[in-house]
Design a protein around this ligand. Structure first.
Ligand code: 13P
Length: 300
């Protein structure tokens, strides 16, 4: 069976962007997998610490158990998303036990988010997870730069953020970071922002973000590894497809399918209808937004 690191490398070479779908509610796993399989596509299913702290995914073990019920490894693999060293509420996280648990559960790739640390501390923390995960042949995603939006406060006005490049990943720092950590994939900030997760703001429609593709091309050149786009909901389509040609190989999509699930559940009271809403939105994202129908055979 092809390893997920090789699949993401293949995506990078082909210039396509593989989605990683967040599942803050366990019943979202089934319709996501169904959509990916029916589109003869490929995707990751992922869970992030904020989703078991602030939503209902319960934790890496519960997600792995639900994933195992539906998993078809030719189409979907399981990824551990965002385990922050300092979380969105400014609290220090005891992250090592979470990685040990996830690796024991069979997660095929993992992400340490040290982006709220100073550069050298981020390098040091990322190195510890690379050393641990690589013992099991598991690739590690890291983050450099500030993909804002998960924090409780409001974002700065988007146009100001984009024009000033606030929090954008620095090219020379990225070069050094990748050399010194040995991370496999790097999440970069190039205009992308996370959908809100704070109570009171999590239902808001997300702004349409754009991407600085020139900065992305420089980052791809400097790092030489697959790059990752967080905050994947609602980015201008042309920019996402362009990003695939400039080094982005993975895009994390959370808010779009979470809000589809929550809105349908609220309106109908039916979990089945909420799952159907997730299924339809996932199909649209794969087929119409990312153009990934039938990609599986080419990637494998
Ligand atoms: P969105 O919720 O904005 O799609 O971002 C998801 C994400 O980046 C999870 O890591």
């Amino acid at each position: 069976m092809k390893r997920v690191a090789d699949i993401i490398d293949a995506a990078r070479q082909m210039g396509v962007v593989i989605p990683a779908f967040n599942v803050p509610y366990l019943p979202m796993v089934e319709p996501v997998v169904r959509a990916v399989v029916e589109q003869d596509s490929f995707a990751l299913v992922e869970t992030a610490r904020p989703e078991w702290i602030k939503f209902e995914s319960k934790g890496p073990a519960a997600v792995a158990e639900e994933f195992a019920r539906w998993c078809q490894p030719e189409h979907v693999r399981l990824h551990l998303d965002h385990v922050p060293v300092i979380d969105e509420d400014g609290q220090l996280v005891d992250y090592m036990p979470i990685f040990k648990e996830a690796l024991g559960l069979g997660y095929e790739s993992v992400m340490l988010d040290g982006s709220r640390l100073k550069l050298d501390d981020n390098i040091q923390a990322t190195r510890t997870i690379v050393d641990l995960a690589h013992l099991q042949g598991v690739p590690v995603e890291a983050e450099l730069g500030a993909v804002l939006g998960h924090e409780a406060g409001p974002l700065p006005p988007y146009e100001e953020l984009f024009a000033s490049g606030l929090g954008f990943t620095d090219v020379e720092e990225a070069r050094r970071f990748v050399q010194q950590t040995g991370c496999d994939w790097l999440s970069v900030a190039i205009g992308n922002v996370h959908g809100a997760i704070a109570a009171g703001r999590k239902d808001q429609k997300k702004i349409q973000a754009r991407l600085n593709l020139d900065r992305l091309a420089q980052l791809a050149q400097a790092t030489g590894i697959p790059l990752v786009l967080h905050g994947g909901s609602g980015i201008k389509q042309e920019d996402v497809l362009g990003a695939g040609k400039c080094g982005i190989a993975k895009i994390n999509v959370g808010t779009e399918i979470r809000q589809s699930y929550e809105a349908a559940l609220k309106e109908s009271g039916s979990q089945i209808k909420a799952q159907e809403a997730v299924y339809h939105r996932t199909v649209e994202l794969l087929r119409d937004y990312l153009h990934l129908t039938g990609i599986r055979a080419k990637l494998m």
